[in-house]
Design a protein around this ligand. Structure first.
Ligand code: GUN
Length: 293
């Protein structure tokens, strides 16, 4: 079997076109969705991600601003800065790029973001909503994965979904979203014994481990759907995923490439969450209502 390539760029463009129409509609109410991105320190990969987020906002007519802060920024100064963003009505979404430099507490900073501006969906209030019913801001990467599966018409209900990775950014929220969609979910991690056996039982396999080409083709059940969340840089500068693409594509029915798979969807869902935050400020909006789109 040769797998169908799930093209994240095509799916991303589909959603961005819809978001652009909604941005244009908001403009008639005098609202331009605004995203503030805070980056602390000088990690080059994070700087690229942040620039891409800002560029994507502008591409659909949203406002964005990037705030680079020195790695010497104190916890108190960072919290105070986030609070100034909370108070600005033209900023609908706030994202603090993670990981933060050593010595800064990620969790404390996330909790300083107003829950209704937490477009990453990482605040306790939004994570809690995700577990109990539905978050207004599903975390962007796992939400992007769900949108890809939906776009491709892949049935989730009744399927066994195996996630490799238990991070707060991907693994845990991915488990909640797949569970809500009716999958039986297994979350594997670094302490899992016989990981290949778990992978072989997956109808949908989501790899989010951060290890280049880690998942091998012979770990994959014939006909499974393989979603590769990893973005790893090899010594020769090339990007690769967590899945050994060539061997996996021989066995899977559908697979996401790296680059051009989940990556573009993450940014697109951030645009969607920021747009949703702006729409929630309209007088007739319910506010923190659940997501329709
Ligand atoms: N670092 C890696 N992924 C993410 C993300 O989705 N949001 C933030 N804020 N930081 C990240």
């Amino acid at each position: 079997m040769t797998a169908k390539i799930i093209d994240g760029k095509v799916i991303s463009d589909f959603f961005r076109a819809e978001y652009k129409r909604r941005v244009d509609r908001l403009a008639s109410s005098g609202i331009r969705p605004g995203l503030a991105v805070v980056i602390v320190g000088d990690d080059p990969a994070s700087q690229v991600y942040v620039r891409n987020k800002a560029k994507a906002c502008e591409s659909i007519g949203m406002y964005s601003e990037v705030h680079p802060l020195p790695s010497t920024t104190s916890q108190a100064a960072l919290t105070a800065f986030v609070e100034t963003l909370n108070a600005r009505p033209e900023i609908h979404g706030i994202l603090v790029q993670l990981p933060l430099p050593k010595g800064l507490d990620d969790r404390a900073v996330i909790e300083a973001i107003a829950a209704e501006k937490d477009v990453d969906g990482f605040h306790y209030a939004n994570m809690g909503a995700l577990v109990i019913d539905e978050s207004p801001y599903p975390p962007c990467t796992p939400y992007g994965v769900m949108k890809m599966l939906e776009y491709e018409g892949i049935t989730i209900e009744g399927k066994h979904a195996v996630i490799i990775g238990r991070s707060n950014i991907v693994g845990k929220p991915q488990a909640m979203l797949l569970l809500k969609a009716g999958a039986t979910v297994t979350v594997c991690h670094s302490k899992t014994q016989d990981l290949p056996a778990f992978c072989r039982s997956a109808d949908i396999l989501v790899a989010a481990v951060g290890r280049p080409n880690f998942v091998e083709g012979h770990w994959i059940k014939p006909g499974a759907v393989v979603i590769d969340v990893g973005i790893n840089r090899l010594p020769d500068g090339k990007l690769c995923g967590d899945v050994d693409y060539h061997s996996a594509a021989e066995v899977a029915s559908a697979i996401t490439p790296v680059p051009g798979g989940v990556g573009p969807m993450t940014i697109t869902m951030l645009l969607g969450n920021t747009l949703h935050a702006a729409e929630a400020t309209l007088p007739n909006a319910v506010g923190m209502e659940t997501r329709l789109a």
